[in-house]
Design a protein. Sequence first.
Length: 101
Amino acid sequence: MSKNLNIDIKSLRAKFKKLLPVLYKHASFIIVLAVLIVYLFVVWRISQLAGAEPPAGTDALTTSAAPKVDKNAIDQIQALEQSNTEIHSLFDSARKNPFSE
């Protein structure tokens, strides 16, 4: 059942040498076409990934617990705020406008 393929390398070289000037003539078009194909593939892949849903087994990763703050740290901050008027005014201004620097 196996078919013998006799490929003559010399005839392939001769055909390639005839084809080479045509390739040189249209090299810029071939390069632009190759870049366009790669660009279209990347855009297509990005659009696929943008609409993809996460796998079903990642429920544990999507649920996050609220951060826990140490009660002692809160007490220390409040004590410092009450004892120092400069820090008190700093906290007040931050509460009134949290987006200012």
